[in-house]
Ligand binder design. Structure first.
Ligand code: ATP
Length: 310
């Protein structure tokens, strides 16, 4: 097998707030193989962006080793950077340039000369063919996000880093973005993305590292992560009853409220549901909007950290 395309070993990183030190990464080891779509899944402040900043050579870790395609990022940052496509935050797009001007500017930063035909072809791949002469500020959120991705691959990099590529997109634009990420992958690129949406990690990623408070708490395929935690199906229902009355019901292994819904992990969904109906009746309530779902990565995170992702 070839060497990993991304490797971080023993990474520690901290930020300074005056006299205080905030630990952002606390002994991270991570390996991404060629051709993976790899997800870093974790809540706000977990350390995901810090990890990407280290790969991009923007932040020097206090300790540890980082390689991209076998190149030591700390020793040869410029050479390492040539392997990378980085998606800009949308706010970093320069408003007063047209889409085509931005592509030329961005590719020239990587010392890549692009002809007009190449620019047109790149933009067509990102469904922006009719936006060549539009100003970036006139694009919709989804279009700006796609433009940021087009810019990320203007230098044809083998590795693409995406920091929350679909945050703030509506469901339709989000799915369009997933298709584009899959396309970048089938072109032979390795993708590392961050997300706090477990359904995104499940939909896209061959492997996922769950990161919490600067540490990787689990790393595997989504299916294996879900298998390992031994969680039973989750019964969801809208019902207002005290949690301490739900816990002793038959079959119940765990219970919590998420928004309006009660979520009950149960070994016997039908038996638990019947008991819930009875409990609701005792409180003069009804059980509504019942569904049974299989366990997902949110449950993995909850089991491993005792907290929810969101
Ligand atoms: P989010 O999903 O909110 O982007 P994240 O997982 O990317 O979160 P980081 O941005 O890497 O998390 O933050 C990790 C920790 O480092 C947090 O405690 C955060 O408050 C802190 N931190 C991040 N950037 C800075 C900074 N520039 N100065 C000081 N502390 C920072």
């Amino acid at each position: 097998m070839s060497d990993p395309i991304i490797q971080l070993t023993g990474i520690h990183a901290a930020y300074r707030h005056g006299r205080q030190r905030v630990t952002a990464l606390d002994g991270v080891d991570l390996t991404v193989e060629h051709g993976e779509i790899f997800g870093l899944l974790g809540p706000n402040g977990a350390g995901k962006t810090t990890l990407l900043s280290i790969l991009e050579g923007l932040l020097r870790p206090d300790r540890g080793r980082v390689t991209l395609d076998g190149i030591d990022v700390l020793a040869a940052p410029a050479e390492a950077k040539r392997r990378l496509g980085i998606q800009l935050q949308r706010s970093a797009l320069i408003d007063d340039l047209t889409v085509a001007e931005l592509v030329h500017l961005y590719s020239s930063l990587y010392e890549v000369e692009m002809s007009k035909a190449q620019v047109d072809e790149l933009l067509a791949r990102f469904d922006l063919a009719d936006k060549v002469r539009s100003f970036a500020r006139r694009l919709s959120g989804g279009q700006q996000q796609r433009l940021a991705l087009a810019l990320a691959v203007a230098n044809d990099p083998p590795i693409v880093l995406l920091d929350e590529p679909t945050s703030a997109l509506d469901p339709r634009a989000r799915r369009a973005m997933w298709d584009i990420i899959r396309r970048l992958h089938t072109e032979g690129r390795t993708i590392l993305l961050t997300t706090h949406a477990m359904e995104e990690a499940e939909a896209l990623c061959s492997r996922v590292a769950i990161i919490d408070r600067g540490q990787i708490v689990a790393c595997d395929t989504p299916a294996a992560l879900i298998d390992q935690i031994d969680v039973r199906p989750i019964l969801k229902a809208v019902i207002e009853v005290p949690l301490d009355r739900v816990a002793p019901l038959p079959g119940v292994r765990a219970a919590r409220y998420t928004g309006q819904h009660l979520e009950v992990e149960t070994a016997e969904p039908q038996v638990t549901l019947a008991a819930l109906h009875q409990l609701a009746a005792e409180h003069g309530r009804r059980v509504g909007d019942v569904a049974i779902r299989p366990p997902n990565l949110e449950d993995v995170f909850l089991k491993l950290t005792g907290r929810s992702l969101g």
